[in-house]
Structure formats: structure tokens, C-alpha cells
Design a protein around this ligand. Structure first.
Ligand code: ATP
Length: 303
């Protein structure tokens, strides 16, 4: 299924041709291109690159627009599946330092589908109640119900990022989280959730440019948080923490995808494609009617 027309249409429309041309600009499947693999060191990543994409910014925007309809239809199929007793769901985990564009992904990528089928949750500093439970408590409570796309803006991974870098727990405690998280995600995946983990990696220079803009534009002041400078001062420590997190928690059931984030158009394209890939992999049909269609048509006609 691609583009506006179902596979039953015999004609190839100009839209289909354009879509195929744009899709061909991926040198390989974006899921494969972006998946973390041994030997990929985030500290040497070119954050301004557009891995696997042989097009420009306009092409990238055009492919996102061209895929929007399929994304939306697959989300509806997922929702219908959940309504019909299916157990499947998708969880998009977004991690990234301040200014890496997590919010933009939610608005521009997740925003392509019906918000009624999305369970979005941002995780900040734990509240008193959250802190009184184990760190996975609030995460479990926010997992997507069957049929939904869950979106985590930050996640349980903060427990091996900010907690590690700021020394909020002893090393042996946060180190134990890698295995705990792997076991947790394996359980979540086994229950029917396809987990798509995305790390948006912005460079230190680009982060400075984005923070500078926030301080220069009154319409962006609200996005600025003086605490971001504390995090920025530990930029290298965070990259070390990301690197170890990829090494320890990129598993077959829940692999990490490392997305260079200096080009916003690229990171949005990349996440659109990762989400689409996850939904396509579910091979969702439309649930059959659980009533007699002809009888209902007859009854309706009589009204
Ligand atoms: P963002 O920077 O994501 O746009 P924000 O600046 O509006 O968000 P919040 O969403 O309120 O801030 O909180 C994000 C902050 O919460 C981050 O600094 C993050 O490191 C911190 N945080 C998240 N989870 C934890 C945790 N488990 N322990 C400590 N701090 C955490």
C-alpha cells in the first residue's frame, strides 16, 4: 500500500510515481540505516549529516507529506485492531538533549495521525508521588493501551542519563538499570508492543545556536530554561552516557535508532519513516465485521 490509492487501483497515478521517486532516495531502509550497531560511536557522529538519504530538504519534506496518508491509515487500522480485541500497540521512545527537537517530532510527525489514537507522555523530574515508587512505575502507567501509539518524550532512560551524569544514584544502582530496562522492554514487547527507540543527537554548536535563538526571540523565551546550561556544561558526559546506553540496551526486541538532529527536516523525515516502518511491520488488516453485513444493510434500508 502506498500513496493515495489502494493496491486495487490499476492505474499508476502521477502521485504514485512521485512517491516511488522519493522513496528511492533512501539508499537502504531507514530502519536499517539508523539502527545502532556495534562500532557506532555517538561521540564521533556527524550531527549535520543525513545518513542514507540521497535527496535534499525539499525532497525530505515531500516524502513526509507523501507518507502522511499511509501513516494515518495504518494508525487507524491499529486502532481498529485494538477495538476488536487485538493486543498490539506501538511505543515511540524519544530521547535527546535539550533542543534536540523532541517536541518538533511530536508536533510534525506524530501530529500526522489522529490524536485520538495517540497516548503522549512527557517525563520530567519525578513528582513526590512518582519518586516514592520505583522508576519504572510511572513508565508502566503510561504504556500505550492496545490499538494506541504511545509517545514518550524522555523516558525510563533518564535513569541512566541525568541520574548518572548528575550523580543522583550510586553507580552500582544506575548500572543495574540496564538489565532491568532490557527485561522490562522484553516484557512489554512480548505483550504486543512494538518499541521504536529514537535518540536525537544534536551537536554542541547547534545546541548553542538554538539556545541563542530562544534568548533572542520573545516568542521563544518560554522554551528557555536556565537549567539547560547546567546540562550543556556536561555535554560530553551525556554523550558518554548515551554511548553506554546504546551498547547495553540496544536489543533485538527494542533496538536503538541514532538520528543526527542538526537538520530538523532530516530528523523529522527519519522518525516518520521509522514510525511508518513499525506500523507496516504489523501487517494490519481491517477487522472483519462481527455482525451480518447484509442483514444490517437490509434493516437499514427499511428504516
Ligand atoms: P524538555 O527539555 O524535555 O523540553 P522541560 O525543559 O520543559 O523539558 P520538563 O519536561 O519539566 O522540562 O523536565 C525535563 C527534565 O526532567 C530534564 O532535565 C530531565 O533530565 C529531567 N528528568 C526526567 N526524568 C528524570 C528522572 N528520572 N530523574 C531526574 N530528572 C529527570
Amino acid at each position: 500500500m502506498s500513496g493515495r490509492h489502494s493496491k486495487h487501483d490499476l492505474e499508476t497515478t502521477p502521485d504514485d510515481k512521485l512517491l516511488r521517486k522519493l522513496e528511492a532516495k533512501w539508499e537502504d531502509s531507514p530502519t536499517r540505516v539508523l539502527r545502532w550497531h556495534k562500532g557506532l560511536d555517538v561521540r564521533g557522529l556527524d550531527c549535520n549529516s543525513a545518513p542514507g538519504w540521497d535527496g535534499d530538504k525539499d525532497d525530505g519534506g515531500a516524502l513526509v507529506a507523501a507518507h502522511a496518508e499511509e501513516l494515518s491509515e495504518l494508525q487507524e487500522r491499529l486502532f481498529a485492531d485494538g477495538r476488536s480485541g487485538g493486543s498490539r500497540s506501538v511505543l515511540l521512545v524519544l530521547q535527546g538533549l535539550d533542543t534536540s527537537g523532541k517536541g518538533g517530532i511530536v508536533r510534525h510527525v506524530v501530529g500526522l495521525v489522529d490524536p485520538q489514537g495517540v497516548q503522549h507522555r512527557a517525563f520530567g523530574v519525578p513528582t513526590a508521588e512518582e519518586a516514592s515508587h520505583g522508576y519504572l512505575w510511572r513508565i508502566r502507567n503510561a504504556l500505550p493501551r492496545p490499538g494506541y501509539i504511545g509517545v514518550f518524550d524522555r523516558s525510563h532512560y533518564e535513569q541512566v542519563l541525568v541520574v548518572r551524569v548528575e550523580g543522583l544514584e550510586p553507580e552500582e544502582t544506575w548500572r543495574a538499570h540496564y538489565d532491568e530496562i532490557n527485561a522490562f522492554e522484553a516484557e512489554v514487547a512480548a505483550a504486543g508492543t512494538t518499541i521504536v527507540k529514537v535518540a536525537l543527537i544534536v551537536s554542541k554548536d547547534e545546541q548553542k545556536a538554538r539556545l541563542t535563538e530562544r534568548l533572542e526571540r520573545p516568542d521563544k523565551y518560554w522554551k528557555y530554561n536556565p537549567g539547560d546550561l547546567t546540562t550543556r556544561a556536561r555535554f560530553g558526559d551525556y554523550l558518554d552516557a548515551y554511548q553506554e546506553l546504546f551498547e547495553k540496551t540496544s536489543t533485538d526486541v527494542a533496538p536503538w535508532h541514532v538520528v543526527p538532529a542538526d537538520k530538523k527536516w532530516y530528523s523529522r523525515l527519519a522518525v516518520t519513516e521509522l514510525l511508518l516502518g513499525a506500523l507496516r511491520s504489523l501487517d494490519l488488516g481491517w477487522p472483519p465485521a462481527d455482525f451480518d453485513v447484509e442483514e444490517q444493510q437490509r434493516l437499514l434500508a427499511e428504516t
